[in-house]
Structure formats: structure tokens, C-alpha cells
Design a protein around this ligand. Sequence first.
Ligand code: LMR
Length: 394
Amino acid sequence: MFEHLHELPADKIIALMAEFRADPRENKVDLGVGVYKDASGNTPVMRAVKEAEKQLWERETTKTYTALAGDPAFGKALSGLVLGDAVEDSRLALAAQPGGTGAIHQALELIRMATPDATVWLSAPTWPNHPSIIRHLGMKMTEYRYFDDENRAVDFAGMMEDLAGVKTGDVVLLHGACHNPTGANLTLPQWDEVATLLEEKGAVPLIDIAYQGFGDGLEEDAAGTRLIAARLPEAMIAASCSKNFGLYRERTGLLIAMAPNAKSTALTQQSLAHLNRQNFSFPPDHGARLVQMILDDPALRADWAGELEDVRKSMLNLRTKLADALRSRTGSDRFGFIAEHRGMFSRIGATPEQVAYMREKHAIYMVADSRMNIAGLNERTIDILADAIVDAGV
Ligand code: LMR
């Protein structure tokens, strides 16, 4: 049977991770996969996570199953972090998922179950795994303009023009904060316009929020998502704890499905539990429990939020320094957008050839579409990257 399998396209981010690891050059710089690194290049376990793990080790008396949708206390804590008090809890169906990717996958399965003919609208560009999962599930998709390659900013007019073609029941996938791969984000008034359009069209938003706290702050980064949730009757939100809790390998995520009323919420909740059962039965609990313990304990929560804020500021600092380094080398403000973008990524506008050149000549790894992970930089490598960008003629 296996001879019937065919080669599948490699995920370009994961492939790049392997290429970087295989490169023997000592001075190599990894600006590829979206993993936070501190100034020494480490991805630390956050202090509050370590403390919660210690407490959990002492307190946990059983590893028996939780519930198909995961521990409700986790769902409540994380949906609270994302949504604040934008929506009544009674309208939220919640299901723990193996990471943000698991939450996206489950949201898409839920859409397919409810409205198999719906088209999913994706920003151009988007995280490559979005179209890949949609294709895998055999669903319909199309793109809307999002990024203006010239200005390296959101092409909002183009976005709204394209979204005017959305049909009732279609799903529009939006990045809640820190757009991946571009780093260019909607302003709050723009979120408001998007909400109005979705309302008018009777479309359903699916918000991927994987970087809350990495952009302008925990509350600020959730503002667009909260606005949408407060305005629309239905929405799906895929929340990830990989980055803001540093729980990458623990696979900790949540799918929030917001329904218009209690009856619809109960049906949706049951469907989510069913989907979990079909796909993996019970979701992983370790990371979810740590997140719940941290969010529900004022001291742990304050420590976590403080450390996250330091991480956010360190990335902003790297952005400013890189923009300055490029300003002094080019004598222009062409790269000023790097300081304006938010989150881990910026798409710098290099061609695939220029990206390959930087990899070969300067041992700098970024995704072929010229997405760089700003957190892969440090004070020393900023100059190396700035020189390489100029040398490559970007
Ligand atoms: C990324 O975009 O690099 C991250 O979200 C990691 C991943 O799974 O691709």
C-alpha cells in the first residue's frame, strides 16, 4: 500500500529549521522558525511555568483523563485572557487543543461539519500551514489582499475591496495580533470596519491569535479580537500558548467557538467534544494545567505577565536598533517599517534570490519569502544582518 503514497511538499518553515541545524558554520544566525530566543540564543522556560510545574509535581495525585474538551478551568482562564469581558461565558463553547495548530485544525473541521460548502478567506500572505490544512481537509479557500509589498504595510483598501466578495456563511481567517508572516497589523478603526463588513455579509470570522502579548501588550493585542467578538453573533478563535507562555512542545491551545445563544452554544460544545474524540480523544493536559494555574494565581500571573512584557520590549528594542542600523547604512528610511511592525516577524521585502544569497554568504537564515524572526537577533547580529541586507541589495 505505501507505494501509493506520493511526495508531499515540505513545510518551508520546518525545512528551514532542519537546514539551519545542519549548517556547520559557527557564525550562523537563525531568523527562521517563530520561536523566541533571548540575547544568548536560548529559548528559556518562563519563571512562572517552572514554578507552576514545581507546584504541580507536588500537588498532582492522578493522571486520569480530564474531559473530552479538556479541563473547563483551563478553557475559562484562557478564554478570559483572550476575550476579557467582551462576551458572556454562556455564549462560549471551549475545547482544549494540541497547540494553536490543533485549534485551527479543529475550527476548520467544525466549519466543514456545519457548512461544508463555505469558502475560507485567507490573507495574502498568511502562515503557510493555514492553506495547507485547508487543502488537506478538502475545503474551499480563496485569498484577500493584505500586504502592500511596496510600503511593507497593510493594504487595507485592497483587503476591503476583496472582502466585499465574501458570501453569507463564508469564513474569514484573520490574525488577531502580530500578523504572521508580515508583522503588519490592522489598527482598531480598521478592525471596526472589518467587523461591519462581516456583519453585513453574514460571514464568520476565524481569528488565529498566537502572539498575544508579543505586539503592543496583552490587552492591546486582544483588542481587535474582542471588538469582533463583541459585535458578531458567531466567531471562532484559535488561541495558542506556544509563544506567550513559551510552551511550544507541550502543545497547548484552545478553540473558542462563540455562538449566538445558549442553545447553539450547547450544540457547538457537544460538536467540539465529538471532534476531539474522533481526532485524539482527550487533549494534552500538562501545558493547559500550567496555564490555568498561572492565570488563576495572582502572584504567578503577575510574574508571567512581567516576564512576557520584558520579552516584548526586548523585541521592540531589536526592531528599533535594526531600523537605525539600516537607516545609517542606506541613508534612507526605507527600512523604517521594521520599527513599526509588531510581533516576532517582519517581511523585509527581499527576493528569494537575495534571501538565498544572505544564507550562502552570511549564514543568515530567513524564510524564502523574506520573513525574519526578529527574536533571532541580538546586539551583535543586528550589524551582521544590516550589512547582509545592504550587501544583498535589498
Ligand atoms: C512559525 O510560523 O514559524 C511558527 O508559528 C512555528 C510554526 O509552527 O510554523
